[in-house]
Design a protein around this ligand. Structure first.
Ligand SMILES: Nc1ncnc2c1ncn2[C@@H]1O[C@H](COP(=O)(O)OP(=O)(O)O)[C@@H](O)[C@H]1O
Ligand SMILES: [Mg+2]
Length: 276
């Protein structure tokens, strides 16, 4: 199935050699290229500070608010250059970003949060209502909590609300930034299962930024490893998951063990020198 996806026509999204600078001087992305096929789940993996969020915000045009600029490279979606389109125009074309740290409107209820996701739609209350019900079939827990103030719901519920809100825009592609952040493993799994279902049943394409490499590779078709603003490795999820360097480097991080993490990192660097 993966082969058929990647071999089909032009990719839905092509990021070609982009460079991003913050505050005119801080070079963060140093020539990042990646492709996302239509119907795929692609993981963008890397440690904290690698540039994952910056990459997603480059695509969704949310860098402006951060004083960030794309100084080189191109971004094409459905065969068209999308740099310079506003975040709202991008939402209308079907690209929606779910921010890291599950950004909800804390003072609104869960259902009000979901409804804000439909703000660019002009297809009428009935079909929006229908999609709300669809979101509730994917997230039954949100239906139970629909009148609760979002700020008082659990971390997992807020992440679900953020994802459900994105769905209300009828996206073709979701840029999902670290859904696992701060959540217990079981909840992370629950959320990834929903991502998989949405991908299969609703044909939503995902570009998924994650530090949780193991979990992300279990649910993606293809992955890119980002290190210090550069893609250092890419491949099918299965081959990346079986790669010893990646296992060593990320195992410690996934387990949150600082000491193991440090040792693994040193070891990884050494091996990388030999390999390179
Ligand atoms: N608004 C900003 N201004 C200056 N530097 C930033 C800004 N946002 C992020 N950075 C820096 O860019 C680098 C990449 O950050 P980010 O894209 O958030 O990485 P990740 O999402 O992989 O953790 C980090 O060194 C971070 O400190
Ligand atoms: Mg980030």
């Amino acid at each position: 199935m993966e082969a058929a996806l990647t071999d089909s026509a032009a990719p839905l999204l092509i990021v070609n050699n982009i460079e991003v600078v913050y505050d005119h001087v801080i070079l963060v992305l140093k020539g990042v290229s990646l492709e996302v096929p239509e119907g795929g789940i692609v993981a963008l993996l890397g440690a904290n500070g690698a540039g994952k969020t910056t990459t997603l915000k480059s695509i969704s045009n949310l860098l402006v608010a951060e004083r960030g600029d794309i100084t080189k490279g191109t971004i094409d979606y459905q065969g068209q250059r999308i740099q310079g389109l506003s975040a709202n125009q991008l939402v209308k074309r079907g690209i929606v970003q779910v921010m890291e740290g599950r950004r909800c409107f804390e003072h609104l209820t869960v259902e009000e949060n979901l409804m804000t996701g439909a703000f660019t739609r002009r297809d009428g209350a009935a079909s929006i209502r229908q999609d709300l019900e669809l979101v509730y079939t994917y997230f039954p827990r949100l239906k139970v909590r629909r009148t609760s103030t979002a700020g008082y719901t659990s971390g997992g519920e807020q992440q679900m609300t953020a994802l459900g809100r994105a769905l209300m825009a009828r996206p073709k592609m979701i840029l999902l930034d670290e859904p696992s952040m701060g959540l217990a493993p079981q909840l992370v799994e629950e959320i990834f299962e929903i991502v998989k279902k949405l991908n299969e049943a609703e044909q939503v394409t995902f570009l998924l930024a994650e530090q949780n490499t193991n979990m992300a590779l279990r649910y993606s078709h293809y992955g890119y490893i980002l290190e210090n603003g550069r893609i250092v490795m890419e491949g099918d999820a299965a081959s990346l998951a079986g790669n010893d360097d990646i296992k060593e480097f990320y195992l410690g991080i996934a387990q949150g063990d600082q000491k193991a993490n440090f040792r693994a990192t040193k070891h990884y660097r050494r091996r990388k020198r030999w390999l390179g």
